[in-house]
Design a binder for this molecule. Sequence first.
Ligand SMILES: Cc1cc2nc3c(=O)[nH]c(=O)nc-3n(C[C@H](O)[C@H](O)[C@H](O)COP(=O)(O)OP(=O)(O)OC[C@H]3O[C@@H](n4cnc5c(N)ncnc54)[C@H](O)[C@@H]3O)c2cc1C
Length: 472
Amino acid sequence: MEKKYDVIVVGAGPMGYFTCYELMIKNPQLKVLLIDKGHDIDKRRCPILEKKITQCPKNKAGFSGCKPSCSMTSGFGGSGAYSDGKFNITDEFGGWMDEYLSEEEVLDLINYVDKINLEHGAPKEITDPTTPEVYEIEKLGISVGLKLLKSRVRHLGTEVNLQVLTSINKKLKENIDMLFETAVDEILVEDGKVAGVKLEDETIINSDYVVLGVGRNGADWLHKTLEKHNVEFKNNRVDIGVRVETNNIIMDNINKYLYEGKFIYTTSVGTQVRTFCSNPSGHVVIENHEGIMLCNGHSYHDSKLGSKNTNFALLVSHEFDDPFRDPNEYAMTIAHLANKLSNGSVIVQKYGDILKGRRSTKKRIDEGFVKPTLKEAIPGDLGLILPYNTMKSLVEMIEALDTVTPGIANDHTLFYGVEAKFYSDRVKVTNEFETNIKNLFVGGDGAGITRGLAQAGANGISVARSIIKRSK
Ligand SMILES: Cc1cc2nc3c(=O)[nH]c(=O)nc-3n(C[C@H](O)[C@H](O)[C@H](O)COP(=O)(O)OP(=O)(O)OC[C@H]3O[C@@H](n4cnc5c(N)ncnc54)[C@H](O)[C@@H]3O)c2cc1C
């Protein structure tokens, strides 16, 4: 293997592979190496998805996970590879790139990424948030204090998402070297300028530029590594809540006209609650986050694989101040409690049981109208897990949502807990996403700059363009 490259990109998620893609298209002379600790796209296998096991394997240290890394969150395609690929074309959410670039620039970059996905087989259909039907939904929402965040959504679906990734991967291999199952251990810095990387097996690879797009599961490593070089960070927030599951019929209008209705709401206790990641005809799944089991959801593009239910996350923002500075640890502790009470799984409870202050039992769930798509979830009591204000916020939000989706606040709606969305510590960067170390760029979810496929990809393109400008 070459020991000197022009550019090393660490992390083969959308941030990383779109950096490589733009470098390849705009300056194919550059020698580029893409490194990821997970597997290449064709080798990514999750034993849970393949139904070989129902729970993550445990290693000797007591943490769950596959070796060398979890195929759900690592490898070519990054943590989004098994996602159902809802590509949001908007500057209203999905990250904070607009704090570095103008809204128009962000939208242009997202459209550019979307064009590349289309060239590699993404479906042509896209939702239109400007129809009279959406206007009516928005109006109903405003009447109870719900703000609708609007976006054009291209829904790839889990299987098409994998096909698009496979096609991009094949194209990249014409010009880009790739190294998988290889974790980067250190960043090499000489005289304030990046000089390359050191791998876990001590191999040194030199380069003029390094791009770190290590995602949320690489965020702790990023923090520890960059802190040694006096790079600054900030973070004081985490989102905690539940995954809601209901019958498709309740979500009919939203599913049909918006595909995903993203609402935000301010509660009587001053918290902000939002809906997130809606999956029509979807399935609720367990996400292994560093050994803690969290809820998540996905849906297939192929309707034959779909369920009769829609699921979405309901998340309450939690902010902290001195002396506590570890919001992620707070959420992990709450999720850990849910795992404890469900013997390593997650809890499911009927909304009616939450209001009655009693646990759900298997019998009560079986009698319900909503059949849980996550069979491994254990009927229980989320009241024993979620703090009072969090639970109150979720109840107020679901009651408000009942105006735009009549019936969502009925007894049979299911709450799965806990779902949490972590904000990676935000790295201090210039508006070219360069750190205080010259030619060391960071971006994507791991750097706390994005939180979604579209902005992560857009971030990659913008970093590539900065490198191209400098390397001329
Ligand atoms: C289940 C699920 C569903 C989702 N659904 C959607 C959706 O529908 N729409 C949407 O917009 N977003 C969705 N997301 C979020 C989306 O996947 C992320 O926002 C996006 O992937 C972030 O891209 P990234 O490149 O910053 O990081 P990632 O995609 O996380 O990629 C980071 C990569 O870096 C690698 N890495 C980390 N540390 C190292 C190291 N030290 N050395 C080498 N490699 C390393 C990891 O193995 C990983 O492959 C979903 C996420 C999940 C988990």
